[in-house]
Design a protein around this ligand. Structure first.
Ligand SMILES: NC(=O)c1ccc[n+]([C@@H]2O[C@H](COP(=O)([O-])OP(=O)(O)OC[C@H]3O[C@@H](n4cnc5c(N)ncnc54)[C@H](OP(=O)(O)O)[C@@H]3O)[C@@H](O)[C@H]2O)c1
Length: 254
C-alpha cells in the first residue's frame, strides 16, 4: 500500500484524487487545500485539511498547486519524511532543492476540474533526486497509467513547450474557428468530425505527412479569397503568419 497526500484543489488535484480513489493499492491519507469550499469535491471519501501545519505522515506528498506557489507551499513540508513531488511540466526539480527526498510526477495531459478523465493512457513523467524514490514513484504511477517514464528536467521542459504548441495553440485555433462560425451564423459543431480526424490521423501519419490545405498546396487564389473574407485584423494576421509557416515548411514559394 502506498500512502499519498494530495495538496491542491484545482484541475490536477481533482483528477488525481478521483483516479487514486479507485486504486486499492493507494491510500489517500489527506487532501490539503487552503480554501475549505474548494475541497468539497472530496465528498467525505478521504480526510480533508486546510491547516498546512497539520500534515500527516505519508509515503508521497503530491503538490498539485499552481507553478508560482510550489516553492512557498513546499516550505510547509520541511519536517515531513516522505517524498515531496510537484506536478508541473515547466518547473525545475531545483525548486525543491532544500529537501532530501524530492521528485516530479508530471502527467502529460490537459486537465480541467469537473471533467474527470482516465489516466490509463496518460504518460506520467517522473524524476527523482534518488533512485529508491524514483522506484516508488514508478510504482505509484503504474497504479494509474500504462506509460510511466523517467525524463530529465530539460526533457520535461521541452515536452511542455511542445505541449503548448499541440494543445494550447491548437485550442486557440478552435476558439478562432468558433468565433468565425458564430459571426457568420454557422454551427461550430459541424467542424467537430474534422477536428477529431485531424488528431486521429496521427495514429498512422506524421504531422508533416498529415498537412493539407491551401497553404500546403500554395493555392494563392484560395489564400487571397480567405484573406478578403476575414474581417478581424488579428485573425487575418494569424492566417497569414501560419500560412507562410506552412508554405515555408513544405518548400513552396512565399
Ligand atoms: N491543468 C493542466 O492541464 C495541467 C497538466 C499537467 C500539469 N499541471 C500542473 O499541475 C499544477 C496544478 O495545476 P492546476 O491546473 O491543477 O492548477 P489550478 O487548477 O489553478 O489549481 C491550483 C491550486 O493551487 C492552489 N494554490 C495556489 N496558490 C497557493 C498557495 N499560495 N497556497 C496554497 N495553495 C495554493 C490553489 O488553491 P485555491 O483553490 O485556494 O486558489 C489551487 O488548489 C501546476 O504545477 C501545473 O503546471 C497542470
Amino acid at each position: 500500500m502506498i500512502s499519498v497526500v494530495i495538496v491542491g484543489t484545482g484541475n490536477v488535484a481533482q483528477n488525481l484524487f478521483q483516479a487514486f480513489e479507485k486504486v486499492t493499492d493507494v491510500e489517500i491519507k489527506q487532501v490539503i487545500g487552503r480554501n475549505e469550499n474548494h475541497l468539497s469535491f472530496v465528498k467525505n471519501k478521504a480526510p480533508i485539511n486546510t491547516d498546512f501545519n497539520k500534515i500527516p505522515a505519508a509515503d508521497i506528498y503530491i503538490l498539485a498547486v499552481s507553478d508560482d506557489s510550489i516553492g512557498l507551499v513546499a516550505e510547509k513540508f520541511k519536517d515531513c519524511k516522505g517524498i515531496l513531488v510537484h506536478t508541473s511540466g515547466a518547473t525545475s526539480l531545483d525548486i525543491l532543492s532544500t529537501y532530501d527526498r524530492t521528485g516530479i510526477f508530471y502527467p502529460l495531459q490537459t486537465f480541467t476540474k469537473g471533467k474527470i478523465i482516465s489516466f490509463k493512457d496518460i504518460p506520467i513523467c517522473l524524476e527523482a533526486k534518488n533512485l529508491k524514490d524514483l522506484e516508488l514513484l514508478q510504482k505509484l504511477g503504474e497504479t494509474l497509467s500504462n506509460t510511466v517514464i523517467k525524463v530529465s528536467s530539460e526533457q520535461r521542459k521541452v515536452l511542455h513547450i511542445a505541449a503548448v504548441f499541440v494543445n494550447n495553440f491548437t485550442n486557440y485555433m478552435y476558439t478562432i474557428g468558433e468565433e468565425i462560425c458564430t459571426e457568420n451564423n454557422v454551427d461550430f459543431k459541424l467542424l467537430k468530425p474534422l477536428i477529431k480526424e485531424t488528431a486521429a490521423k496521427l495514429d498512422d501519419l506524421t504531422p508533416y505527412e498529415s498537412q493539407t490545405g491551401p497553404a500546403k498546396r500554395a493555392d494563392q487564389k484560395t489564400l487571397h479569397n480567405h484573406l478578403q473574407l476575414i474581417k478581424n485584423t488579428h485573425h487575418r494576421e494569424l492566417y497569414t503568419l501560419l500560412s507562410n509557416a506552412i508554405k515555408h515548411k513544405h518548400g513552396k514559394e512565399l
